[in-house]
Design a binder for this molecule. Structure first.
Ligand code: SF4
Length: 725
């Protein structure tokens, strides 16, 4: 039987959620799949496109055309597993709410009135607008708001025409801050999705990292292995998170004071002489650092962070005892309170003092390529004032991923021309003049993906599991057509995506055929001078920890910083007008009667990207508001009661949210998961399910180094009864 799109789901429905949410039922689901699907006749390698982790998948096609998704066992870091979202992704193929044809707006922006047009008409209009704006006003008149696994080619296009306004939400809120924080200390940047050194660590420090709630398979697997070894876990979080429940040291910190805590730990290590004395020769700025942390005594740190002195001391002593085998998780979502690069720099410096900068295989930080880009708020301002003439929204939903969505809506309504490309009609697409339907990741090929997995690299790409449904197209073809229409065809010389990928792989000494034969993943040993494998030098299988400084001296390794050393004091930052050593800035304080709103991830959803997945919604239908038991008692609020939220600028949640009364959160904050409260009525299963956190965020301090706005300075009050209607 040919693979019918309609039959795809039947077995998936049985297998996807069972495997994802009830792992013990995996064999039951597998048996159910085999009964319905018949013998597996094809295994197609692909890559999950639902989050940054990009897990390698196999699509198993049964004799009768059913498809089930499973992890690709060839990946050494994923162990053949997927999370619930990845397994449920088969639902995308038959989602009745998918964008099916190119659409042109026929009513006011935001209303959702469309007419169907042809691809030729859609491409001609978009390419014409880009060409006209570029010729008359230059590349500054264009903007691209993007994010998702399909954005590689549209980014190449906008970079190729020198557009300075390319804004990728997930990049800005995580990688951009991490790169500046670690890069200015070590000249290298870790990737939290897989840390080779965690394989043999004795102590793990998580600061505001919600692993297990923020699911990335390779990372979660590494952390589970770490916990199974019985090693020491330090968790710093105002909320008793899933990881806090496993911690040996849980520090319920006052929100926004993490930098003070790290500076306090650094002060303690320096004052007690607990670092490797040889390190002094390998770093720049030890004395400047000593001066910068001089006031962060244990007592003052305790006062600032609201953590007892003993807990602060015990936690740092645990790290010192584990020494180079301490890993401080670099973190993913890092835009918290404004001075976020300083916080991440302080984390990197603490790692160096512990001697725990192990892997030399990290991505290099490109000092020369750093340039100041416009913040999201500035881009939105330029869209609303028509300085930016053409706005592209690609695989991104800025009305949920960025704060102040009502300002964004106003700007998009006033914009000159907007086009969007996506798989589902998110609320941001409602403001576009033209919408392009993109093939889902199971129907397309994306650019090559490379994972750094320690001593090896792994390269893979998506192979389409089925042909694109309806009139959906793959992103390479869409971008190539737009580029040609706007006179920039030379940027995409390959005729089809297959040719593009084959050319790229040939340059690496391989081919698309070889990649497919290798079950979609090419593993390659990394080499360094002399042809040896590049292993983390200090964490060898012997279990011996080698002195960090001695190791640097022994290998003669320079760090790729301007000085060639680890930089506690960064002349590069000073030259660019920023503080050369990390500085703690106290967070904004809550007005009377308001609580700080904290947010995190839900393991069953990839922000709003999976909001319409009915299986996932069945498991986690909406978010809830965590409220401290003691505070709920004072306010007379009971568990399960529904309240409306109002922020300090008077913005209210569109609907009520259920309160979860718990001892697991501090009294000065409340918490909800992100990714709910979708406002697009065209994604029916997600429409107004739960409450949107970003819709309550109307203010936030901009981090001066990265230009990203912190999202945790939102204060809300709870409206009950008549007030909450
Ligand atoms: S962690 Fe889950 S959603 Fe993310 S890429 Fe892997 S399977 Fe997909």
């Amino acid at each position: 039987m040919k693979c019918s799109r309609r039959t795809l789901l039947k077995t998936g429905a049985l297998s996807g959620l069972s495997l994802a949410c009830f792992p013990n039922n995996a064999s039951v689901a597998k048996a159910a799949y085999q009964t319905h699907a018949g013998k597996i006749v094809e295994k197609i390698p692909t890559i999950c496109g639902l989050c940054k982790a990009s897990c390698p998948m196999l699509a198993l096609k049964g004799k009768y055309g059913y498809v089930r998704l499973t992890g690709n066992p060839r990946s050494p870091i994923h162990a053949g597993t997927l999370c619930a979202r990845g397994m449920a992704a088969v639902q995308l193929l038959d989602d009745p709410d998918r964008l099916k044809y190119p659409l042109k707006r026929v009513g006011p922006r935001g209303q959702g009135a469309w007419k169907r047009i042809t691809w030729d008409e859609a491409v001609a209009e978009i390419a014409g607008q880009i060409k006209k704006a570029h010729a008359a006003f230059g590349p500054e008149s264009l903007a691209l708001l993007c994010g998702s696994s399909s954005t590689a080619f549209i980014r190449k296009f906008y970079e190729g025409i020198s557009c300075p306004h390319i804004y990728d939400s997930s990049q800005m809120h995580s990688a951009a801050i991490r790169e500046l924080g670690y890069g200015t200390v070590f000249g290298q940047v870790p990737d939290p999705a897989f840390l080779p050194e965690l394989e043999r660590a004795d102590c793990l420090v998580l600061m505001g990292c919600h692993i297990g709630e923020n699911n990335q398979v390779s990372q979660l697997k590494q952390v589970c292995d770490f916990l199974n070894r019985g090693s020491e876990l330090v968790v710093v979080d105002p909320r008793f998170s899933a990881m806090a429940a496993k911690a040996d040291h849980y520090l319920a910190i006052r929100p926004g004071t993490d930098t003070a805590l790290i500076l306090g730990w650094i002060h303690y290590i320096l004052a007690q002489g607990l670092y490797d004395p040889l390190l002094g020769d390998q770093v720049v700025g030890l004395e400047e650092l000593r001066e910068a942390v001089s006031t962060y005594t244990l007592d003052r740190t305790a006062e600032l962070t609201n953590i007892p002195v003993d807990s602060i001391r015990r936690a740092v002593q645990t790290m010192v005892d584990a020494g180079p085998r301490t890993v401080i998780m670099p973190g993913s979502h890092l835009s918290w309170y404004g001075a976020d690069v300083d916080r991440v720099r302080a984390q990197a410096i603490l790692s160096a003092l512990l001697g725990s900068w192990p892997s030399r295989s990290m991505q290099k930080f490109d000092f020369a390529a750093q340039r100041k880009s416009l913040s999201f708020a500035d881009i939105i301002n330029q869209i609303g004032t028509k300085k930016i003439k053409v706005t592209a929204i690609w695989g991104q939903n800025p009305l949920q991923s960025e704060m102040a969505p009502y300002k964004t809506i106003t700007a998009l309504k006033d914009a000159e021309f907007v086009f969007a490309c996506d798989v589902l009609p998110s609320e941001s697409t409602l403001y576009a003049d033209i919408i392009l339907p993109e093939a889902s990741f199971l129907e397309r090929m994306d650019d090559l993906h490379t994972w750094d997995i320690g001593a090896q690299t792994m390269t893979g790409c998506c192979f389409p599991v089925v042909e694109p449904g309806h009139e959906c197209r793959d992103p390479y073809q869409i971008v190539k057509d737009i580029a040609e229409g706007s006179g920039q065809g030379k940027l995409f010389p390959a005729k089809r995506i297959h040719n593009y990928l084959d050319d790229a792989l040939t340059k690496q000494g391989s081919s698309l055929d070889s990649l497919k034969k290798a079950r979609g993943l090419l593993l390659k040993n990394k080499e360094k001078r002399g042809g040896e494998l590049q292993e983390p030098a200090r964490l060898e299988d012997t279990g011996e920890s080698i002195s960090f400084a001695a190791d640097i001296a022994e290998t003669g390794m320079d760090f790729p910083t301007p000085s060639g050393k680890i930089e506690f004091h960064s002349a590069w930052l000073a030259h660019n007008g920023f503080s050369p050593v990390p500085v703690y800035e106290p967070p904004a304080t809550a007005p009377d009667g308001f609580l700080r709103l904290l947010y995190g991830r839900c393991p069953a959803h990839s922000q709003t990207r999976t909001a319409g997945f009915t299986w996932l919604n069945h498991e986690v239908p909406e978010n809830v508001l965590w409220l401290a038991e003691s505070l709920a008692g004072q306010l007379g609020i009971t568990d399960g009661e529904e309240v409306r939220l109002e922020n300090r600028d008077g913005f209210r949640s569109l609907k009520r949210i259920k309160v979860k009364v718990t001892p697991g959160i501090r009294e000065d904050c409340c918490y909800m998961t992100h990714g709910f409260g979708n406002r697009s009525p065209f994604i029916r299963d997600a429409y107004l399910r739960g409450v949107s956190d970003s819709a309550l965020m109307s203010r936030g301090k901009v981090d001066v180094v990265s230009g990203t706005r912190g999202m945790r300075d939102t204060f809300v009050r709870l409206l009950r009864g008549g007030n909450g209607s």
